[in-house]
Design a protein around this ligand. Structure first.
Ligand SMILES: *[C@@H]1O[C@H](CO)[C@@H](O)[C@H](O)[C@H]1NC(C)=O
Ligand SMILES: *[C@@H]1O[C@H](CO)[C@@H](O)[C@H](O)[C@H]1NC(C)=O
Ligand SMILES: *[C@@H]1O[C@H](CO)[C@@H](O)[C@H](O)[C@H]1NC(C)=O
Ligand SMILES: *[C@@H]1O[C@H](CO)[C@@H](O)[C@H](O)[C@H]1NC(C)=O
Ligand SMILES: *[C@@H]1O[C@H](CO)[C@@H](O)[C@H](O)[C@H]1NC(C)=O
Ligand SMILES: *[C@@H]1O[C@H](CO)[C@@H](O)[C@H](O)[C@H]1NC(C)=O
Ligand SMILES: [Ca+2]
Length: 530
């Protein structure tokens, strides 16, 4: 008991001197010797601008090629400044947004001027890391010569395959985006992950007074952790419990869409378009690598950030268990219970709780079945089943290129409902087809059949089952006959031989009358007593 108390105290000291979750494991001595204790851990915050790749679009948007003059909003008639890409002293290439400025020398990327007005002056800045990151403080973009009056920040969480809006910026949110203006500090806790439009960073206050545009992270954290972030435990607890909160701060790429430059607080003055352009001197992105609480270090390896995974995990984000450590399925570490969290370590296959039940990482639980005297995995995930989660569920088949412990080991059969007998398939994914259906998934028809929510044999075609008497075959389903013919293949004339068939269309009223008369005659015959 005492030992435990001392140990906990020690841990607490460590946690408070190191900052929270900075330690993945430590060697502690117990009565049985030294053992590793494991804790939830995460890398420190870093300045991610050092690792970002910047791309600027469209290609000709950077100024200086050809060289051009520009003026400033504050000094609109002194247009002596020059941008020249071929002169290092006068060039403003994109990398000046992420350099480390020395000796107070301001360096910035700059675009061409708005000579083409009224065509909009548009520029995209795409920042990529090829790594999941989590924001730890405000993103801050520093604009020289005025902040844009309309701008969107986007983010991607899948290395640029899909994008979503992160925040809208405008001097008039209704006018630019038809969104009511909001400030982060006014958001309710439940609305903290909302994508808002803000006017705080777009209004004209003079280009030297306020240069920064922020994406506010600190103010969002403060909603849970207090104004001085004094209660981080409360934030970490929310990170675990509030849906979408952690993902809100997670990204792999950011994109700035600059839609309208600073205007100096007035309308565009067409007689001097050389004072309108974008210039960015710095983009600060304070974040940490997302390592799923399984690493305290994140290092550059072959040009890419990589979590240094502990807890027997692996992958760029420690998002998998290492080979041979898949007795349970992988889980992210947890911030709870504070202050040290839960590591959710991957354990060696076959060693889980001494029961020797291998579930290939598809289940966390085993259960002993008394009357069979076996231990079996419970609730196999990833569409597996069986005592060791070693089979695929019905309707799934084994992925030949995946190991048994791969999450993608079972592939859905995907049998076509109309074309197949049932939704099961054989070991190579072939479904069992109904008559006339074909293909691995039974979504095709054999020759001589046509598809109409299943396969049906052709009524007509261009070879054997020809429509006759000038009829045309409609999608193998029926013959469209000329008016004088009927029958499946239009083989039958509408009127029998010997009858008067001259006026096919005027035939109907007399026929109907005839029919009525015949009926009446029959009726009369039935009613008449003999
Ligand atoms: C900026 O990116 C958006 C979204 O992909 C795209 O629609 C737009 O055309 C891009 N603008 C420029 C100037 O490349
Ligand atoms: C992104 O990172 C992964 C994992 O480190 C690496 O395999 C891949 O080559 C990287 N892609 C680029 C474009 O650098
Ligand atoms: C918060 O979200 C609710 C809808 O979930 C919305 O009705 C309300 O206006 C929002 N409040 C603020 C301050 O954004
Ligand atoms: C794997 O995790 C166990 C604890 O479950 C630990 O004792 C062992 O050192 C780890 N192995 C490696 C190679 O990290
Ligand atoms: C089969 O497994 C491989 C290896 O894990 C994986 O890359 C692939 O996506 C899987 N195929 C399907 C259809 O899930
Ligand atoms: C599945 O069925 C297809 C088509 O009938 C056949 O070619 C394949 O060999 C079968 N695979 C297995 C594992 O039975
Ligand atoms: Ca700079």
């Amino acid at each position: 008991m005492l030992l435990q108390a001392v140990f906990l105290l020690l841990l607490h000291c460590l946690a408070s001197t190191l900052g929270q979750y900075e330690l993945c494991k430590s060697l502690v001595s117990t009565d049985e010797g030294s053992v590793w204790e494991q804790y939830a851990c995460q890398p420190k915050q870093a300045s991610m601008k050092d690792h970002m790749r910047i791309k600027v679009d469209p290609p000709g948007i950077t100024c200086g090629n050809p060289p051009e003059r520009f003026c400033t909003l504050e000094n609109p008639y002194l247009c002596s400044d020059e941008c020249d890409a071929s002169n290092p002293d006068l060039a403003h290439p994109p990398q000046l947004m992420q350099d480390r400025e020395r000796n107070g020398l301001l360096t910035y990327w700059q675009t061409v001027t708005w000579r083409r007005h009224p065509e909009p002056l548009l520029a995209n800045i795409t920042m990529s890391w090829n790594k999941s990151l989590e924001l730890t403080d405000d993103i801050q973009i520093t604009f020289e010569y005025g902040r844009p009056t309309i701008m969107i920040m986007d983010k991607s969480m899948d290395n640029g395959r899909s994008w979503q809006a992160y925040q809208y910026y405008a001097d008039d949110c209704i006018d630019a985006f038809n969104m009511p203006p909001k400030r982060v500090r006014d958001l309710l806790p439940a609305n903290i992950t909302r994508v808002i439009c803000t006017e705080e960073y777009s209004r004209w206050v003079g280009s030297k007074n306020e240069k920064n545009v922020k994406f506010e992270v600190r103010a969002r954290f403060a909603v849970f952790a207090g104004s001085r972030l004094q209660n981080m435990d409360s934030l970490y607890t929310r990170m675990e419990s509030m849906k979408g909160l952690r993902d809100f701060f997670t990204f792999t790429n950011l994109r700035l869409r600059l839609l309208r430059p600073a205007l100096g607080g007035t309308y565009v003055q067409r007689d001097n378009l050389l004072k309108y352009f974008y210039a960015i001197s710095n983009i600060e992105v304070p974040a940490r690598c997302k390592c799923n609480l399984h690493a305290s270090q994140c290092l550059l390896q072959e040009g890419n950030l990589q979590c240094q995974c502990e807890h027997n995990t692996t992958g760029q984000d420690c998002q998998r268990c290492r080979k041979g450590f898949k007795a349970k399925s992988w889980k992210a570490g947890s911030y709870l219970p504070t202050p040290n969290g839960t590591p959710n370590t991957c354990t060696i296959a076959g060693s889980s709780s001494g029961s020797n039940c291998e579930c290939y990482g598809h289940s966390n639980r085993c259960s002993y079945i008394d009357y069979l005297n076996i231990v079996t995995c419970v609730s196999c995930k990833h569409n597996t089943r069986g005592q060791n989660c070693q089979h695929c569920r019905l309707g799934y088949f084994r992925n030949a290129s995946a190991e048994l412990d791969d999450e993608g080991v079972c592939i859905e059969c995907n049998c076509n409902q109309m074309g197949s007998v049932h939704d099961r398939c054989n070991g190579t994914g072939f479904c069992q087809c109904k008559d006339g259906a074909a293909g691995a998934k039974c979504d095709d028809c054999l020759p001589g059949y046509y598809w109409k929510q299943g396969c049906y044999s052709n009524v007509c075609d261009e070879e054997m089952l020809l429509c006759q008497n000038g009829g045309t075959c409609y999608q193998n389903q029926k013959c469209i006959c000329p008016p004088e013919f009927k029958g499946v293949l239009c083989q039958q004339p509408r009127c029998e031989a010997g009858k008067d068939c001259n006026a096919a269309s005027s035939l109907h009223p007399p026929t109907a009358t005839l029919l009525l008369c015949t009926l009446l005659a029959h009726l009369l015959a039935m009613l008449t007593p003999h």
